[in-house]
Write a protein that binds this ligand. Structure first.
Ligand code: NAD
Ligand code: AKB
Length: 333
């Protein structure tokens, strides 16, 4: 159980009730387009502005407004917010855990300076702001099974350190300035139609493509490395539910969310069963093993379930494998 429990962790002074026009930063990564498409079906296509430092493809441009934004360029972001009457932000720009250890300066710039910029803008313009945190915010001294919302957080990656800083700054502005700051600690997110962006949990996506293309996969984690995971559709639907939830439903700014826990060996056994008994996996752990060893095997998300009805639908390794195989096969047709 959490060693510290407090009521009123979410201040509701000064906040508007609804969001109508939303800016998504870092929107061309694994999660952005799916989140934009789901939010557009609720708010209208022209009310959700996708942005990224990268250029979009023509299909993305057809679906709704796009602005090219670098999260470090605070002035341009502020101008976009002001000119488009933005009242909500979903901030996805990030350098993920594995990439961050390879490019530390970039990780500090995007994950720390970028979060500072967007939180400051949200505070000054009274915007609702959602920023995903991660199970990477926990560290080697955190309990690894059913990790509670409130527990020891001493991560040893730049990615995790930036997530803890972002969570604390958001909570601080919520308490001091009434900022409507919301965050979910995601587990590893698994998707069949969008590639992951350089994380420690990427193996759980790569393995499916390798199985379908060559019936063989060399895994960068050891076979018994259990980690918390979630299918992308659940991540998107539950994120939108949380982002649009009436503020009265929330009793804290930051919640754990979780769905499935498995190891590479368990996942590959299920792929053998459902795809091909000839599928072969070998293990060649690299620097990402050290990161994975410090992360939760599962997170306790009971507060998210009771406060705002968090409810992931895909909760077994077998249903995840079946879903991933069908999505990737359909995409390859
Ligand atoms: P991703 O790496 O796929 O995408 C991140 C996007 O940020 C990229 O499109 C990139 O171009 C953009 N970006 C990088 N530098 C930028 C800059 N200077 N300015 C603007 N944009 C910039 O990440 P994702 O998987 O879509 O993750 C989105 C959020 O969810 C991140 O905060 C991440 O930490 C969090 N999260 C993701 C997972 C997961 O498994 N995908 C798990 C936990 C938390
Ligand atoms: C990563 O592995 O870096 C992400 C995450 C769990 O935050 N997928």
């Amino acid at each position: 159980p959490p060693f510290y429990v407090s009521k009123n962790l979410f201040s509701t002074t000064r906040q508007q009730q609804t969001v109508n026009r939303v800016l998504i930063t870092g929107g061309l990564g694994q999660l952005g387009r799916g989140i934009a498409s789901s939010l557009r079906s609720k708010l209208g296509d022209s009310n959700v502005f996708l942005s990224d430092i990268k250029d979009p493809d023509s299909e993305t441009l057809k679906q709704g407004p796009f602005v090219r934004l670098d999260i470090i360029d605070k002035e341009s972001i502020e101008k976009t917010v002001f000119e488009n009457k933005i009242d909500g932000v979903i901030h996805l720009s990030a350098i993920l855990s594995a990439l961050g250890e390879k490019h530390p300066q970039k990780a500090i710039e995007v994950n720390i300076r970028g979060a500072e910029n967007i939180l400051d803008i949200a505070k000054n313009h009274n915007l609702r702001i959602f920023i995903p945190s991660s199970m990477g915010a926990f560290g080697p001294s955190t309990v690894k099974d059913s990790t509670p919302d409130l527990t020891i957080m001493r991560p040893n990656t730049l990615y995790g350190i930036a997530k803890v800083y972002m969570e604390l700054m958001g909570e601080y502005y919520n308490q001091k300035n009434g900022l409507d700051f919301r965050s979910l600690r995601y587990p590893g997110i698994i998707s069949g139609d969008t590639p992951p962006g350089g994380g420690t949990t990427d193996y759980a996506v790569d393995i499916f493509h390798a199985a379908i293309e060559k019936n063989q996969y060399t895994c960068f984690l050891k076979k018994d490395t259990y980690l918390a995971m979630m299918y992308v559709d659940d991540c998107i639907s539950e994120t939108i539910k949380f982002f649009l939830a009436p503020r009265e439903q929330l009793s804290q700014c930051v919640y754990n969310v979780d769905a499935i826990s498995f190891s590479p060996e368990e996942l590959s056994n299920e792929i053998k069963k459902q795809w091909s008994p000839e599928f072969e996996i070998s293990y060649k752990p690299d620097y990402r093993q050290k990161i994975a060893d410090t992360w939760p095997r599962s997170m306790c998300d009971s507060k998210a379930r009771s406060d705002w009805n968090f409810y992931p639908k895909l909760t077994s390794t077998s249903s995840l494998v079946s879903k991933m195989l069908s999505v990737i096969k359909r995409r390859n047709e």
